[in-house]
Design a protein around this ligand. Structure first.
Ligand code: NAD
Ligand code: RM4
Length: 253
């Protein structure tokens, strides 16, 4: 029970890594506030799982790319849970597309959801933590893609490098308030975001073969690292990243 009594807020919490993070945090004793975006059935099922663990789950529907969502999400969480101890910026999209003909709307939407949206959300959460005066933890879900390229991800990889860089920079002004800011960098985790990409059996087998631990990531693998970064176990860790990829990054040849 590493998060007993904590209030943890998570964006993009209806599916994949966000969903697993909500459940893992609840398992460790946290109440959770979940930002979801037009995904009612999936959202209801996360709430049911959290409540079955005996914890509270508050839902807030909103697009992270809309600047109005961030203060509204924080306000909802404060009203219903009493405050914010950990904030997890997780919502993200990756509409795989080639570079030379990248449509402007796909580029801008990806940047606005993954990077600008994370900025608004982390800023609003940090302001609340400063008001509370008791420190806190901010965790961004970055990616191995912050470190390496992706042929069909030229719009996406800069956003993942960007959210890691955001954690490095905000760790500085927030340190004096006892607020830590770190990122987790997942490798390849089988979720809806890459379902089509990994539906190609050759691509999936190639990815699996490159991972020294012998399997793709599971959302729970990432959620456990988020719990660590939210907990006192990481009390002297800030501005850092935890690559959580089964060894994929180091396996060049
Ligand atoms: P997913 O598609 O399963 O989940 C994404 C979640 O974000 C969903 O709940 C979706 O409803 C929500 N979302 C999408 N757009 C939103 C918006 N505008 N506002 C609010 N919520 C929104 O994908 P996932 O793999 O769980 O991805 C979660 C995060 O993990 C993303 O930031 C992604 O970049 C990152 N990541 C994933 C992998 C991977 O291999 N799956 C690897 C590295 C990093
Ligand atoms: C991740 C990483 C994965 C990819 C997802 C969509 O950051 O690049 O390999 O499947 O994004």
């Amino acid at each position: 029970m590493l998060l007993q009594g904590q209030r943890v807020l998570i964006t993009g919490a209806s599916r994949g890594i966000g969903r697993a993070t909500a459940i893992e945090c609840a398992r460790h004793g946290a109440d959770v506030a979940l930002n979801v975006y037009n995904d009612d059935d999936a959202a209801a099922s996360v709430v049911a799982e959290v409540e079955a663990l005996g914890r509270k789950a508050v839902l807030f529907n909103g697009d992270v790319a809309d600047p109005a969502s961030a203060p509204a999400f924080i306000q909802t969480a404060v009203e219903r849970l009493g405050g914010v101890d950990t904030f997890v910026s997780n919502a993200g999209i990756c509409p795989f597309h080639s570079f030379l003909d990248m449509p402007q709307d796909v580029l801008l939407r990806t940047m606005n959801v993954n990077l600008t949206g994370a900025y608004y959300m982390c800023q609003a959460a940090a302001n609340q933590m400063v008001r509370q005066g008791k420190g806190g933890s901010i965790v961004a879900v970055s990616s191995i893609s912050a470190l390496v390229g992706g042929e069909m991800q030229t719009h996406y990889t800069p956003t993942k490098a960007g959210v890691h860089s955001l954690m490095q920079s905000i760790a500085i002004p927030l340190g004096r308030h006892g607020i830590r800011a770190n990122s987790v960098m997942p490798g390849t985790v089988a979720t809806d975001i890459n379902k089509d990409d990994l539906a190609d059996p050759e691509k999936r087998a190639y990815m699996e073969k490159r991972i020294p631990l012998g399997r793709l990531g599971r959302p729970e693998d990432i959620a456990k690292v988020v719990v660590f970064l939210a907990s006192d176990l990481s009390g002297y860790v800030t501005g850092a990243s935890v690559l959580t990829d089964g060894g994929l990054f180091v396996n060049l040849q």
